[in-house]
Design a protein around this ligand. Structure first.
Ligand code: NAD
Length: 523
């Protein structure tokens, strides 16, 4: 069993609060334990972080970037080892295995999230070239300049579903800008934090500049109230994001809190069959539906019998595609390190487990409730057959609910599982009205061959991120990631060019030297 500690001033320390366990969603075996951090634990971490930041902020950004280059290399070499011909072969995959075992996703999905974290790191280490400030002679002999300056000690609080990627949306950028960073990982998936902290230390990050505090709600509240923490990045459910935003703002901290989602896909009768059926099936089943960019509602739009026939064919194709997705436990032995099994684990047509027994029960109840509300079950993933070693795991196969009523539970609530709710609509405007009524605003996608329709959805969809024939429209760097409405509280985005103001101030310097003393604004 792994013991998950705090990382304070470059050393591992046992938190002093209440103990809790970490389980593997594949079989619910306990694989780790940790403790909540107390106020004293946090004070020690913040004191070390504040001291280290005074030196870190004085490093030119080019020097900070060198640490991030080495961090990126360590992550890459864990994923891929170079052979004698300089070609990539599978690496040890220590981080991906850890993610998979505590979070339940497949090894391939865990590798993909590390790659996305690496992409953000590449953006952060490019800041030395991208964000170089500016200077202009604004009057004769008078120069205005802007410089970006770090805030000091900042913190990130992250959810269970991306134990490496979501923290890496924040860590490299905040560090590149000269802050000390304190990470509070999810209490459900804290084990990956050990490996990320280790990689940063190996990369040569000075001690104290990066820290980890373990814990749940009580630790988060201490972070929000700590007077020396200047800014908070949060990613998690909307209910928690809202309270984080309110409490941190009340304490006059800068805060960006990303919340939950209920993403809609607009299915038009002219959609390309292959692109659409595969794209929609992968979107709602990837990470077992436990990602904030997953498709959740499919608005199937048909205004005539002819269009209805096309839509029915597309829906049948989506059901067929979803049927081909198998549960990861049925075609591999979990975490054996066996090469054959690993090949299976990398097969993108497998789906991992649900994070907890509570979440599984919640999803099963939601399916039953949808049926009571008049939906038909086009594909039922409940109680799948799993091999004996995984019998105690949290398994749910892809599930498709058809003829879901607008406004019903399955149509409006974030389910966060591999469930697609299909709402039949007679026009695109009707579908947009349904989507616009959602409290959330993370992502929306349209599947069509008509550019005008795609543009109409991009304009009218209530979402921060829009996909055209893409089921999971995650913007790639340097474009920034973030929703609107109840999917995000605060200004800017969490990655890319729109994230910089969360972790830094822009200082304006206006200069005039004695030699130009006779010049004036009016001169
Ligand atoms: P969560 O809100 O339960 O937990 C997120 C973090 O907050 C964790 O670190 C947890 O320890 C802490 N926390 C939990 N309850 C708290 C409370 N009452 N007070 C203070 N802190 C608390 O979220 P989760 O279940 O870990 O993650 C799934 C949710 O995250 C989904 O709603 C999903 O849509 C959302 N999510 C959003 C994005 C995005 O980019 N918008 C990305 C990933 C996940």
């Amino acid at each position: 069993m792994i013991e998950c500690l705090n990382f304070c001033d470059g050393k591992w320390q046992k938190p002093s609060g209440e103990e809790f366990h970490v389980t593997n969603p594949y079989n619910n075996e306990v694989i780790g334990k940790t403790r909540a951090s107390t106020a004293k634990d946090l004070d020690n971490v913040v004191a070390a972080a504040a001291k280290a930041q005074l030196t870190w902020r004085e490093c030119p950004m080019k020097e900070r970037a060198q640490v991030l280059f080495r961090f990126r290399e360590i992550l890459l070499r864990d994923l891929y080892a170079l052979n004698h011909d300089g070609l990539n072969e599978p690496g040890e995959n220590k981080i991906a295995r850890q993610i998979s075992s505590e979070c339940g996703k497949t090894l391939g999905e865990a590798q993909a999230e590390i790659l996305k974290g690496i992409e953000v790191t590449e953006f952060a280490l490019s800041l030395q070239n991208l964000d170089i400030g500016g200077s202009l002679e604004v009057s004769r002999g008078v120069f205005c300049e802007y410089r970006r300056e770090p805030l000091g000690v900042v913190a990130g609080i992250t959810p269970f579903n991306f134990p490496a990627m979501v923290p890496m949306w924040m860590i490299p950028i905040a560090l590149a800008l000269g802050n000390s960073f304190i990470w509070k990982p999810s209490d459900k998936t804290p084990l990956t934090s050990l490996l990320i902290a280790d990689a940063l230390a190996q990369a040569g990050l000075p001690r104290g500049v990066f820290s980890v505090v373990q814990g749940g709600r009580s630790t988060v509240e201490m972070i929000l109230d700590h007077p020396q923490i200047a800014a908070i990045g949060f990613v998690g459910s909307t209910a928690v994001a809202k309270t984080i935003y309110q409490r941190a703002s009340q304490n006059l901290k800068r805060v960006l809190a990303l919340g939950g989602a209920k993403n809609h896909i607009f299915l038009m009768p002219d959609a390309d069959f292959e692109l659409t059926t595969r794209g929609v099936a992968d979107s709602f089943t990837g990470c077992a539906g436990q990602r904030c960019m997953a498709a959740s509602v499919l608005c199937a739009i048909a205004s005539s019998a002819q269009e209805q026939a096309k839509i029915d064919k597309l829906i049948a194709g989506i059901v067929e595609q979803a049927k081909q997705i198998s549960l990861a436990c049925t075609n591999r032995e979990y975490d054996t390190g066996n090469a054959k099994n690993e090949r299976n684990a990398n097969d993108e047509r497998t789906m991992g487990a649900i994070i907890s027994t509570d979440s599984l029960k919640r999803l099963e109840t939601a399916i039953a409730k949808a049926k009571e509300n008049g939906a038909t079950i086009a594909l039922d993933g409940r109680k799948p057959k799993v091999p004996p070693p995984f019998k105690n795991g949290n398994w749910l196969g892809p599930t498709i609910l058809d003829h879901v009523k607008p406004g019903s539970h399955a149509a409006v609530e974030e389910l966060f599982g591999p469930i697609l709710s299909i709402i039949r609509c007679r026009s695109l405007d009707e579908a947009l009205e349904i989507q616009n009524a959602s409290v959330y605003g993370n992502a929306v996608s349209v599947f069509t061959q008509n550019g005008g329709v795609a543009d109409y959805v991009a304009r009218r969809g209530k979402a921060g991120m829009v996909g055209v024939n893409i089921g999971v429209p995650v913007p790639r760097e340097p474009f920034s990631f973030g929703g609107i409405a109840a999917s995000k509280f605060g200004q800017g985005d969490i990655t890319g060019v729109h994230s910089l103001n969360l972790w830094s101030d822009v200082k304006k310097i206006t200069t005039k030297w004695a030699v130009q003393k006779d010049t004036t604004w009016m001169g």
